[in-house]
Design a protein around this ligand. Structure first.
Ligand SMILES: *[C@@H]1O[C@H](CO)[C@@H](O)[C@H](O)[C@H]1NC(C)=O
Ligand SMILES: *[C@@H]1O[C@H](CO)[C@@H](O)[C@H](O)[C@H]1NC(C)=O
Ligand SMILES: *[C@@H]1O[C@H](CO)[C@@H](O)[C@H](O)[C@H]1NC(C)=O
Ligand SMILES: *[C@@H]1O[C@H](CO)[C@@H](O)[C@H](O)[C@H]1NC(C)=O
Ligand SMILES: *[C@@H]1O[C@H](CO)[C@@H](O)[C@H](O)[C@H]1NC(C)=O
Ligand SMILES: *[C@@H]1O[C@H](CO)[C@@H](O)[C@H](O)[C@H]1NC(C)=O
Ligand SMILES: *[C@@H]1O[C@H](CO)[C@@H](O)[C@H](O)[C@H]1NC(C)=O
Ligand SMILES: *[C@@H]1O[C@H](CO)[C@@H](O)[C@H](O)[C@H]1NC(C)=O
Ligand SMILES: *[C@@H]1O[C@H](CO)[C@@H](O)[C@H](O)[C@H]1NC(C)=O
Length: 275
């Protein structure tokens, strides 16, 4: 029993500094209208997108003279701003046009650039928060679908979904707006390629490739036209019909020609008779 009490006491003691640490954590959130990013406030770590605005909020810390916002990325460390209470805020020039500091609650709003990934901390003359990790990534551009827009029925074809910049965490395909599931007929290769095996007329339609990373989702669609074999038969039939009719007309004309000739001869004969 005493061992248990001891363990419980040790647990409490161990939790003491931990609780204090939790109290001095920054919480951050991406502000609307960055719909693609996670908008819930988080503590410890946040992933957000270039040109989104994040709000870094701090718990109340004791201060009577000065507060700082600091940034660190590997060996590189800098002040974002220094604020001597009730004096003008001193903001480092590279943050000046894209940050907003609240002199009441000391929160910091920042429009993100690609190089802003790193650790952030708030400090007073006597206390400081834990470092907060921010990761800034680029939203994905619309992908490009590379493929043959026209395929013959019975043939195989492939559509490749290509993104010019960045890296997608996942890819998927839709046909006429509906999610495509893999099968013997629709095969997904290297995540970004759709193989259509033995295409049928029914495979004609709009194929969309959707790409997603942690801060965005984008898509492009592609019109695939599967040509029926009938498309080949029809011209052949038409050609036969035309050639056939031409021959018929030709034969008819020749016959008619001969008849007319006979008629002519007859009239000549009658003219001769009259003479
Ligand atoms: C913060 O201030 C309160 C009283 O204002 C004091 O009791 C406390 O010890 C201070 N904490 C630190 C870490 O200075
Ligand atoms: C702002 O801080 C920098 C150093 O961080 C200092 O060189 C500069 O003089 C300060 N500017 C003002 C107006 O206090
Ligand atoms: C702030 O100014 C820099 C150039 O000094 C510019 O590249 C950047 O786009 C500006 N940011 C905003 C949010 O206006
Ligand atoms: C600063 O924060 C306080 C308290 O959260 C809030 O009432 C006030 O509107 C904020 N000021 C600005 C300029 O955002
Ligand atoms: C998709 O990417 C294009 C640029 O390629 C961009 O203009 C558009 O805003 C993006 N859409 C979404 C939903 O991110
Ligand atoms: C597209 O398909 C047609 C006929 O199905 C073929 O002649 C052409 O070479 C194909 N183009 C590519 C880029 O695969
Ligand atoms: C995909 O995009 C990359 C970069 O833009 C390019 O190098 C590559 O050739 C493209 N692939 C296809 C199949 O178009
Ligand atoms: C494709 O997906 C697999 C896991 O599903 C992953 O290991 C691989 O890196 C992905 N490849 C590309 C090019 O995204
Ligand atoms: C054609 O495709 C639709 C879905 O796109 C499916 O419901 C239908 O059964 C298909 N018809 C044939 C003949 O495969």
């Amino acid at each position: 029993m005493c061992v248990c009490c001891l363990l419980a006491l040790l647990g409490l003691l161990a939790r003491g500094p931990g609780a204090a640490g939790a109290r001095s954590a920054i919480t951050a959130q991406t502000l609307a209208p960055c719909y693609s990013a996670d908008l819930k406030p988080t503590s410890g770590r946040l992933i957000s997108a270039v040109s989104c605005t994040v709000l870094l909020a701090v718990p109340p810390l004791n201060t009577s003279t000065v507060v700082f916002w600091e940034y660190k990325n590997g060996p590189h460390e800098e002040f974002i701003l220094k604020y001597y209470l009730n004096k003008p805020v001193n903001t480092t020039s590279s943050y000046k046009n894209r940050t907003k500091f609240n002199e009441t609650d000391f929160s910091l709003q920042m429009v993100l650039q690609l190089g802003d990934s790193g650790m952030y901390r708030f400090r007073t003359e006597s206390q400081e928060t834990d470092w907060f990790q921010l990761e800034v990534i680029e939203p994905l551009p619309a992908p490009e679908i590379v493929g043959n827009s026209s395929v013959k029925a019975g043939g195989n074809t492939k559509l490749v979904c290509n993104i010019s910049e960045g890296k997608a965490d996942s890819y998927w395909w839709k046909k006429n707006g509906e999610l495509l599931l893999g099968s013997d007929h629709f095969q997904f290769v290297h995540n970004n390629t759709l193989h259509i095996i033995e295409a049928t007329m029914n495979d004609s339609g709009y194929y969309a490739c959707v790409v997603r990373n942690k801060v965005s989702q984008n898509e492009t669609s592609f019109l695939l036209h599967v040509q029926n074999a009938a498309n080949m038969v029809l011209p052949v039939v038409m050609a036969c019909v035309i050639v056939g009719s031409l021959i018929g007309v030709f034969v008819w004309c020749r016959r008619r020609g001969r008849f007319r000739h006979r008629v002519c001869s007859a009239s000549e004969v009658s003219r001769k008779w009259r003479a």
